[in-house]
Design a protein around this ligand. Structure first.
Ligand SMILES: CC(C)(COP(=O)(O)OP(=O)(O)OC[C@H]1O[C@@H](n2cnc3c(N)ncnc32)[C@H](O)[C@@H]1OP(=O)(O)O)[C@@H](O)C(=O)NCCC(=O)NCCS
Length: 163
């Protein structure tokens, strides 16, 4: 993956994260989603929207730039985005693992609502699609796939076993 580090989001990252996410939404989602969906998603990932969100968020940093981000809102993994030029190098997987680790400390399952054709990526990471559901966000309705992943079973540690 090269020199990529993952750290918690800081308030001063909001503009850079917003620009990254909005680039992906506008350049890659506009063929598949209506203008209304793009508008709602763009508002969600404006810097104000990001700062107002109660999700815990992380960023991936390479060469001093933010190249990816992910959030965890309760058991739900939200807003996983990697800069187009930085993909297929493991950044998305590393971000997902980071968010999962935090969620699994508190919840037995992680949840993803996949709305952007990224289900295959989620399946590769052990997610099971449960159902297609229609959600409504600010009056705009769209279909998403509801996927879950169970907390991995912890192997008993050898030192914890009786002789
Ligand atoms: C999905 C995403 C985060 C993956 O980031 P990434 O850094 O390329 O991920 P990794 O390098 O860890 O993994 C790449 C693998 O996932 C696969 N993959 C990535 N995006 C995929 C997609 N949309 N559909 C299917 N497979 C995908 C790649 O083919 C690759 O597979 P391989 O390991 O078998 O070669 C990135 O493609 C992205 O930002 N997409 C747009 C936003 C999005 O859809 N986010 C998810 C929901 S909000």
């Amino acid at each position: 993956m090269g020199a990529v580090s993952i750290r918690l989001f800081e308030q001063s990252d909001a503009l850079e994260v917003s620009r990254l996410v909005l680039r992906v939404i506008r350049n890659e989602f506009s063929n598949n989603y209506s203008k209304d969906v793009i508008r709602v998603q763009s508002a969600r990932y404006s810097s104000e929207g990001i700062l107002a969100s109660k999700a815990i968020r992380w960023v991936a940093v390479a060469r001093g730039r933010i190249v990816g981000t992910v959030g965890a809102d309760g058991p739900e993994i939200v807003g996983l985005f990697v800069e187009k030029e930085e993909r297929n190098c493991g950044v998305g997987s590393a971000l997902l693992r980071t968010a999962e680790k935090t969620v699994f400390k508190e919840y037995p399952q992680t949840i993803i609502y996949a709305a952007h054709g990224s289900e295959e990526f989620d399946l590769k990471h052990g997610y099971s699609p449960i159902k297609r559901i229609r959600i409504s966000c600010k009056g705009v309705r769209f279909w998403v796939t509801y996927l879950v992943k169970n907390r991995p079973q912890v192997m008993p540690s050898r030192t914890g076993l009786s002789p």
